[in-house]
Design a protein around this ligand. Sequence first.
Ligand SMILES: Cc1cc2nc3c(=O)[nH]c(=O)nc-3n(C[C@H](O)[C@H](O)[C@H](O)COP(=O)(O)OP(=O)(O)OC[C@H]3O[C@@H](n4cnc5c(N)ncnc54)[C@H](O)[C@@H]3O)c2cc1C
Length: 411
Amino acid sequence: MNQELPHDADVVVIGTGAFGLSVTAHLARLGVRRVVALDRFKIASQTSPRAAGLFKLVQADELRTRLARLAVDTVRNFDVEFGVPVPFVHSGSLMLARTDRHSRLIEEEVGAAQRWGVEVELISAQEASRLAPYLEPEEIRQAAYVPGDIYIEEPASLLEAYYTAAVRLGATVVGDVPVIGIQVQNGAIRAVETPLGQIRTETVVDAAGAWVRQVSQLAGVDIAVLPMRHQLAITHPIPGIEATYPITRVFDAAVYVRPCRNGLMWGGFESDPLPLDPANREHDFCIELVPLEFRVLERCAELVRRVIPSLLDAAVQEHRGGLFTMTPDGRFIAGPVPKVRGLWVLSGCNGSGFSFSPALGRLLAEWIVGGAPSIDLGPLAPGRFVGAIDPGVLVERAIFQYTHYYEPLES
Ligand SMILES: Cc1cc2nc3c(=O)[nH]c(=O)nc-3n(C[C@H](O)[C@H](O)[C@H](O)COP(=O)(O)OP(=O)(O)OC[C@H]3O[C@@H](n4cnc5c(N)ncnc54)[C@H](O)[C@@H]3O)c2cc1C
């Protein structure tokens, strides 16, 4: 920590994960001169680089559909807008079901997504297996194909692109400097405190991932977020796997698979997930210390063994995990916090923060700079929970949302 921090900033962003770096780059691009992003650990080192890198155009409601489209467009045009390329794979994706209930769910999602302008079609099991030859068609009852979906092979590459863009545009991004205090006077942000001193500012974005609640509490605000573990595995190369084969989501098993490093990556949503709040851990807790359990992934592979047999036998080269920030209603938290002027939150990823970060970072920056985002983010307002949620109810609803990732219903 031998770096000098600026004494003043127009905006201080707390956290340099996908959310924090995206909003930093977009603020700088909109002309905010003094943006400072701080991280308590190395820059972009916590949950975001551990993501699967999947983007998904078919979403549960129209707002998220618009955001998902904006996110994909922002990645595709990043080079044009920021002069920094983001490598992505235009793979398309498949939704699969092996039960009647999940077949109906896919049909409903396809119908709604088409009404909201997404290109998606129901296809036969044979066609699904032709598009993704790692699939066995026999058990598939319903399949749908989304040609526009993409993935980012190594998630760190998007974070590097945000970082490079932000710094080139004049932002200051500093790792290993925790924010330890937020000064509020007469209901408005005045400064953030760090071990290296204070930065005076009137605008703070809390994008602290699994620590988001602790950070907002420094300003006397409680945000209803519960961190929850999620894991994935990557196999060694499997002969015949091509990077452009589609991503597959098996709805009834809540398992996803995509090509990765000439093999396959898979992850899934267990029915008994592990909430893990850094607030209850030792002070130096970091994402590397999230306990991983391979048997969760073995169970996922077992659930899909007849449709993706190659997962069961393949040797694994990487097993990684991190923390989702779950909210009671499964929606992001993005916007200004009521009662503390100048405090903004970007969190509540519910498992999709990596892929929505290009859109949400952009819209939050527009909102901070111009007074309104170009897509109304009202339904994601932090104020919908502040002070209103009982801890037991938060745990129950957050677990519900995690276990219904592919069946997003109101709890
Ligand atoms: C295994 C796995 C697979 C996933 N797959 C996908 C996927 O395919 N698609 C998708 O969209 N999403 C996916 N996700 C979710 C995605 O990774 C998250 O939504 C996203 O990374 C959240 O970004 P973040 O910026 O909120 O958090 P983080 O990346 O954790 O960043 C928060 C940062 O805040 C910093 N911080 C905390 N407290 C302070 C403080 N006091 N002062 C300064 N800094 C602080 C932290 O050190 C950290 O670097 C996956 C997640 C996991 C774990």
